[in-house]
Ligand binder design. Structure first.
Ligand code: ADP
Ligand code: MG
Length: 268
């Protein structure tokens, strides 16, 4: 009997969690997440508000520390000390290193308002990664060209539209040369007419074979661009699979209900 080799299973594991839990005091927000993302995979994370999507992403780049379970980044287990009520970082250097590999793009851009776009891009590579200024500048300018912002390199964030700010934030993540990109509702703060320009940049990145985990409510985008959908419900993975399988319906009653509600609200 021959075994078909699934293309994605042949690739290296980028991120893996096992039994990942996160509590805030008495409230358990993530209730044991077993998840693997392979290199080059684009995974959209869907779920109702409060289901734990942001908390999950924030655990993956250690903005939050998991209360229990394991997290591996490119085969390296994150070393945490689990205390009675909270986790602590056991190896600060490891965490700093892994954080540069797993970049995050936020809903509200989080650009530094007192720096120009170019300065925003250069700040971390020069001051955190200790790279040469001239080299970083060249790279930053070529990334700005890719996201269509060359002409805004010397502008301050407040002088940009929301769509431009988010493209600058994506450029700022890229200049760190991360191996994984996390997006937390990157278009949710944008006026509807500006959503498309940001999704286009993200679509290009996905086509390049970047590893991307995207929390989004852009259902059509998730469906077209992702290799896989992860549906969270009350801190658990309720369903996951290829978009065409999941969106065909019948896999998870809760997912179907989520999509129905989404379509109803979009129709109004
Ligand atoms: P989502 O991104 O899916 O909307 P979140 O991960 O932001 O969900 O939140 C999941 C749950 O965790 C929510 O009930 C939220 O109130 C709670 N939560 C998130 N962050 C904190 C925090 N820092 N302290 C206490 N509760 C939190
Ligand atoms: Mg959220």
């Amino acid at each position: 009997m021959s075994v078909a080799v699934n293309e994605s299973s042949a690739r290296a594991t980028a991120i893996a969690t096992q039994g990942l839990r996160k509590s805030y005091g008495e409230i358990e927000v993530l209730k044991g997440i077993d998840f693997t993302a392979r290199e080059g995979e684009v995974v959209s994370i869907l779920g109702a508000s409060g289901s734990g999507k942001s908390t999950f992403l924030r655990c993956l780049n250690l903005l939050e520390l998991p209360s229990a379970g394991s997290l591996d980044v490119f085969g390296e287990r994150v070393r945490l000390k689990q205390g009675a009520s909270d986790a602590h970082i056991a190896d600060r250097k490891q965490v700093d290193r892994l954080r540069t590999q797993v970049a995050m793009v936020f809903q509200n851009f989080c650009l530094w308002s007192h720096m120009t776009v170019l300065e925003n891009l250069m700040e971390a590579p020069v001051h955190v990664q200790g790279r040469k200024k001239a080299e970083v500048r060249d790279e930053a300018l070529s990334i700005l060209e890719r996201v269509g912002l060359t002409h805004r390199a010397d502008a301050y964030p407040a002088q940009l539209s929301g769509g431009q700010q988010q493209r600058a934030a994506i450029a700022r993540a890229l200049v760190m040369k991360p191996r994984v990109l996390l997006f937390d509702e990157p278009t949710s703060a944008l006026d509807p007419e500006l959503v498309g320009e940001v999704l286009k940049v993200m679509r290009d990145l996905a086509t390049e074979g970047r590893t991307m985990l995207i929390v989004t409510h852009e259902m059509a985008f998730a469906r077209d661009v992702s290799n896989r959908i992860l549906f969270l419900d009350q801190g658990r993975i309720e369903a996951q699979g290829q978009p065409q399988q999941l969106f065909a319906g019948g896999v998870s009653e809760r997912f179907d209900q989520f999509v129905r509600r989404f379509n109803e609200s979009a129709a109004h």
